[in-house]
Design a protein around this ligand. Sequence first.
Ligand SMILES: *Cc1c(COP(=O)(O)O)cnc(C)c1O
Length: 458
Amino acid sequence: MPDFRALPSADQFLLSDCGAGLVALHGRAQVLAALRTRLDTARQAIRAGGDGAALAGALAGEVAADLARAARPGLRPVLNLTGTVLHTNLGRALLAEEAIRAAAGAMAQPMALEFDLDGGGRGQRDDHLRGLLCELTGAEDATVVNNNAAAVLIALNTLAEGREAIVSRGELIEIGGAFRMPDIMTRAGAQLVEVGTTNRTHPADYETAITDRTGLILKVHCSNYRIEGFTTEVPAPRLAIIAQAAGLPLLNDLGSGSLVDLSAYGLRREPTVAEAVAEGADLVTFSGDKLLGGPQAGFIVGRRDLVAAINRNPMKRAVRLDKIRIAALEATLRLYRDPDRLSERLPTLRLLARPLAEIAAQAARLAPPVDAALAPQGFAAAPCACDSQIGSGALPVDTIPSAGLRLTGPGGDAPDRLAAWLRALPLPVIGRIHDGALILDLRCLERDEELLGALAGT
Ligand SMILES: *Cc1c(COP(=O)(O)O)cnc(C)c1O
């Protein structure tokens, strides 16, 4: 006959100091559910000959651990030491303080989102961003949607539904996940007309493809790859002339689309949105959380009549932005009005522009304490040179010289074991496996204590 008497009843447990403390933390329902699961397991163990007193003694600790695990958020912060500054899987751009404050304010207060404070009538949510976007890009008008994928989708649907959209074979890109340009065009109701070849497309390829069924010409920025060698593409200004002669709109999907010339920050030039507008595109689409450094969003800037048509598309309602992101975007865009201080205030630019010497000094400084923290696990750390990437499809084949820590250990599986150990920390540290070691690129580590604290498990 199994003896369960050492195990507490649910009531006894809830009334104990430990039980009451857990109820205060997690609520009665959660504690009861966790307790019942553990009591069942303990009873089974006793039936199998287990020691009731020992099982009862371990019970409170197990319930507390189960509850703590279950209370941990599913979406957790990590340290991005991958070297990819705009890492899509790690949430892309970090927001500026100004944007964070604006978003927090918008979360907690009613906002005049679609309310005209001058006249008291109905306003438009895009109004808060339109002026800034026009000012920063030189475009006539602007509208904002959920992300750049949505921007491309709604622009194609508005301008080319039931019609043909002409695009070069060299630009039929896949961005990742399920975003493939041909599929997006189909979903938008546009019929894809491919012109040219993978490596070469000429003006005549576009011109001969234009018929009375054509709805628009699409140009897509090769954001995550580059075709090199025997290549030619039709530059946007030339394409604009072809489109205009045929009375067709030219849509230029820039992808990352920087608002500033990155060469001013020691990076390679990436076409700016203002340039794409000036080159004659009727509409330009780009992301909010790539080089722009804001929250997830998609921008469509360009001709007023076309933007108005997009705003009238019923799809707009399905892809519109909420007040929180509008607030964060407005604050982010305002920072661009002061280019001199932009790289201090905008984390994306600040991280991309961090001087190599500063990162190298940080690596030299951090190597000894990190090595000491890893020694008990049998691992070692040494400073190393490495290469960062912008990420999210900006300047795909360019790297930025950086510095970091090279973590090693015994056995061929050491990098994988290291990566797993670092992922299991309370603040997971994400590095990159390269050349038989785990590299922690320090470009995105602005404060040493973050890494040291993470390794200490605090
Ligand atoms: C990234 C990208 C997209 C998709 O943008 P999201 O903001 O991620 O939706 C579309 N087109 C190009 C060229 C891109 O680089």
